[in-house]
Design a protein around this ligand. Structure first.
Ligand SMILES: *[C@@H]1O[C@H](CO)[C@@H](O)[C@H](O)[C@H]1NC(C)=O
Ligand SMILES: *[C@@H]1O[C@H](CO)[C@@H](O)[C@H](O)[C@H]1NC(C)=O
Ligand SMILES: *[C@@H]1O[C@H](CO)[C@@H](O)[C@H](O)[C@H]1NC(C)=O
Ligand SMILES: *[C@@H]1O[C@H](CO)[C@@H](O)[C@H](O)[C@H]1NC(C)=O
Ligand SMILES: *[C@@H]1O[C@H](CO)[C@@H](O)[C@H](O)[C@H]1NC(C)=O
Ligand SMILES: *[C@@H]1O[C@H](CO)[C@@H](O)[C@H](O)[C@H]1NC(C)=O
Ligand SMILES: *[C@@H]1O[C@H](CO)[C@@H](O)[C@H](O)[C@H]1NC(C)=O
Ligand SMILES: *[C@@H]1O[C@H](CO)[C@@H](O)[C@H](O)[C@H]1NC(C)=O
Ligand SMILES: *[C@@H]1O[C@H](CO)[C@@H](O)[C@H](O)[C@H]1NC(C)=O
Length: 671
């Protein structure tokens, strides 16, 4: 930061501190070290909280989920603040609708739930790049999650912009926020940079004032806590069901000899990955450890209480073997992805009832579901038919491929195009070491093979000089955890053909926002001469040369259902792609991989009759109507299928995903 700018920002921070100092006299939230408890307004206070990330549930349903949390006996809700959800592009902020975190905080407050806020800047959370904006990856020399100046300049700018918005919502100022977490499981990251934590501490204090409890969360291990904690921030831990709570809290006590016991992430379930079996944790195990912790007087946040959905392209991925998470973030939590109470919910409520008064009144019922039934899907366009609409400003011309982020695109798909420099009559070795993450290799608009970063970075191709070689690349989600955070997408290496570097690329950034109107007008034109159109395409398909294409359907088909109800979009028969409902990017489907087969469609996305709703698929690999013996349909059903069987990849385990104590057999806890 330049001298003047730095002076001005210091001045602003001083003014900010003055502005936040006027706490309401009768409201306080503090730590009583001697009595090992939190104090709220001077009285001992223990929270039983649940994680619920506003970015994973439409704003339409926030109140419903908060009410159900309240009725479970919880007195607090914990959420991350997701930086990249608010600043997807540098300086372009989104705080509207589903992004309106202040409205979320107000709803929590009105529901009578305290808020434990975790503004990162890094959050992990199985979220794209752990919540960090992918544009940070464009900055040469940046060191994420460290005191590196380049990184801290952007963190500072964001926090100085965002944190002041929270002031009216702090407990001392009449709002619900009792505690604010700094960073997330920082001890699990390799940088172990205490200066970074100190800088964050000052940034948070300067913007939030002296009266809010700042804390950290780490796995219960010496090394993790050494790197993750810092003086003046209360050190808390996280661990799951089946752990010996007494033993775990002894780890915390090494770093906080006095003060309240806190488990900031008590796992009610577990996360999923594509191509791996659906994860669950037994209700009995969850209840036993919860009971133990509450009996010890501990404060507990259940992660997740309501998991929700990774809509659009927001899922993250794990590492070292690249493993993206699916669209559903159900998490086997007490409330399902669709917000419905489960037997786990009832059992947890019973445990909480032993320690805290349960609110009177009925538990809100599950939301209504409707099976809208089978919907015909019509082929509408290949990506080539709409390339001009998807990339209105045309391609960028470069000698060598550049990354998706360098193209200032941070999610989705990108097309890399060049020409074959000579004839390749015998198979030539096409190698893309840096394919991120999955690339469809298409020659003169005929698919010839699929590459992926895990186990297929080369293939043989043939062709003649001048033919168009396209690599259609999918970003499957930025790595959100561990040492793999530097995960730029697209093509991040050179592309070689029999060892020679291919040059002169045209790179098309593909924009899927507002895709529906573009396709619908095309669809109407096409419909008039659909017969010819299909004829034109059919030969390619018969040769196996399918290229990524759009399919459109509309519903309801029979009697209209008013008001619209939640439903589940079943993708069976399709292979892999992106689904949209009324132009809303619902998420990825990949039933061939599993375990997720249906996508949750919340009612707020649907329009009341007589308006037709549209469902759009961008199918990347092979639609059910690939050959003419089958039809292309989807089905809307009234229950989720997120646990279909998968042929598990044998190549890795997830033991490194979170701190799991030695000898702890996680598999024992699964259903
Ligand atoms: C939070 O709720 C309390 C009443 O419980 C109200 O007095 C206060 O104004 C609310 N604060 C905000 C920020 O909505
Ligand atoms: C739990 O841990 C404590 C402290 O390490 C130990 O004394 C106790 O025996 C353990 N309990 C079980 C059931 O393993
Ligand atoms: C309605 O659904 C039926 C099958 O349930 C299908 O045969 C028919 O073509 C559909 N009609 C429209 C307009 O989509
Ligand atoms: C690629 O082509 C080379 C040369 O023809 C051949 O030796 C090799 O087996 C082929 N590899 C694959 C995977 O087909
Ligand atoms: C290679 O990785 C892809 C992508 O994860 C996976 O679908 C496929 O099953 C893997 N193939 C083998 C042979 O392991
Ligand atoms: C391409 O060449 C690389 C490097 O020699 C080799 O590892 C790879 O197996 C080859 N791919 C094919 C499809 O033959
Ligand atoms: C691609 O090759 C060119 C020419 O050899 C080289 O300058 C460039 O650094 C290479 N790019 C990558 C990402 O390796
Ligand atoms: C059409 O697809 C079905 C199912 O994948 C397959 O059984 C059948 O052989 C295919 N027919 C042709 C002509 O490819
Ligand atoms: C998936 O979950 C449902 C509902 O809990 C259950 O009935 C079904 O047996 C499960 N399927 C698999 C393959 O585990």
């Amino acid at each position: 930061m330049g001298g003047l700018r730095s002076y001005v920002s210091k001045l602003l921070i001083c003014m900010a501190v003055l502005a936040v100092k006027q706490a309401l006299p009768d409201r306080s939230f503090t730590i009583d070290y001697d009595s090992n408890t939190f104090l709220k307004d001077g009285q001992p206070f223990r929270y039983v909280s649940g994680s619920f990330h506003y970015s994973r549930v439409p704003a339409f349903y926030w109140q419903d989920r908060l009410d159900k949390m309240k009725m479970a006996g919880l007195n607090a809700v914990q959420t991350y603040v997701i930086w990249n959800f608010h600043e997807l592009k540098p300086g372009e902020f989104n705080f509207d609708g589903d992004h309106d975190i202040l409205s979320f905080l107000k709803k929590a407050n009105d529901t009578g739930l305290a808020v434990i806020l975790r503004p990162g800047p890094y959050i992990c959370g199985e979220w794209d790049l752990g919540g960090l904006p992918a544009w940070l990856l464009n900055i040469p020399g940046i060191v994420l999650r460290s005191s590196n100046d380049l990184y801290m300049a952007h963190v500072t700018e964001w926090m100085n912009f965002f944190l002041p918005k929270l002031r009216p919502y702090l407990y001392v100022n009449g709002g619900p926020i009792i505690m604010v977490q700094v960073e997330n499981e920082y001890g699990s990251y390799q940088t172990c940079d205490h200066q970074y934590q100190r800088q964050l501490y000052h940034l948070f204090r300067a913007n939030l004032g002296p009266d809010v409890v700042l804390f950290t969360t780490d796995g219960p291990g010496d090394h993790l806590l050494q790197c993750g904690t810092l003086q003046d921030m209360y050190a808390t831990i996280d661990f799951g069901a089946g752990s010996n709570s007494t033993g775990m809290f002894q780890e915390m006590r090494k770093f906080e000899p006095k003060g309240p016991l806190v488990n900031s992430e008590y796992y009610t379930g577990w996360l999923d990955h594509w191509e791996h079996p659906h994860q669950t944790v037994k209700t009995a195990a969850v209840c036993t450890s919860l009971d133990q912790m509450l009996a010890l007087g501990a404060n507990v946040n259940m992660y997740m209480f309501e998991g929700g959905t990774n809509f659009g392209f927001w899922n993250g991925a794990n590492y070292p073997t690249f493993n993206p998470q699916p669209t559903s973030y159900d998490y086997d939590a007490p409330l399902t992805e669709a917000g419905d109470p489960t037997p786990k919910y009832m059992a947890i409520r019973n445990v909480i009832g032993k320690y805290l008064p349960l609110p009177a009144g009925p538990i809100p019922p599950p939301t209504k579901k409707y099976a809208y039934g089978v919907v015909d899907m019509e082929f509408t366009a290949t990506i080539y038919d709409v390339l001009d609409q998807l990339c209105p400003y045309g391609p960028i011309l470069t000698d060598y491929p550049i990354t998706m982020e360098a193209m200032q695109q941070y999610q989705g798909f990108m097309l890399y195009r060049t020409k074959l420099p000579q004839n390749y009559a015998t198979p030539a070795n096409l190698t893309i070491e840096g394919i991120r993450d999955r690339g469809y290799v298409i020659i003169d608009q005929v698919w010839v093979g699929t590459l992926n970063r895990v186990n297929a970075t080369s293939m043989n191709i043939t062709g003649s000089e001048g033919m168009t070689l396209d690599i259609f690349v999918e970003n499957q989600g930025h790595i959100n955890y561990g040492s793999g955070l530097y995960d730029p997408k697209g093509i991040i290496s050179n592309v070689t053909l029999d060892g020679a570097i291919l040059q002169k690329w045209s790179i098309y950034s593909l924009d899927l926002d507002n895709i529906l109107p573009k396709l619908q007008s095309l669809h109407r034109q096409r419909n008039r001469k659909m017969g010819n159109f299909i004829q034109e395409r059919a030969p390619h398909w018969r040769d196996g040369g399918y290229v990524p294409s759009f399919y459109l359907g509309s519903f309801p088909n029979l009697s209209a259902i008013d008001p619209p109800q939640d439903t589940f979009l079943k993708s069976s028969g399709w292979t892999k792609g992106q689904a949209f409902i009324n132009d809303f990017n619902l998420g990825r489907y990949w039933p061939r991989a599993g375990p997720q087969v249906t996508l949750f469609v919340p009612a707020n996305l649907l329009r009341p009759s007589p308006v037709q709703n549209t469902v759009l698929f961008l199918e990347l690999e092979r639609p059910p109507c690939f050959n003419q013996t089958e039809t292309c349909t989807v089905e809307f059903i009234d229950r989720p299928i997120i646990n279909s069987t998968v042929a598990a990849r044998p190549d890795e385990t997830f033991r490194d995903r979170k701190y799991i104590p030695e000898g702890h057999d996680f598999t024992d806890l699964r259903h």
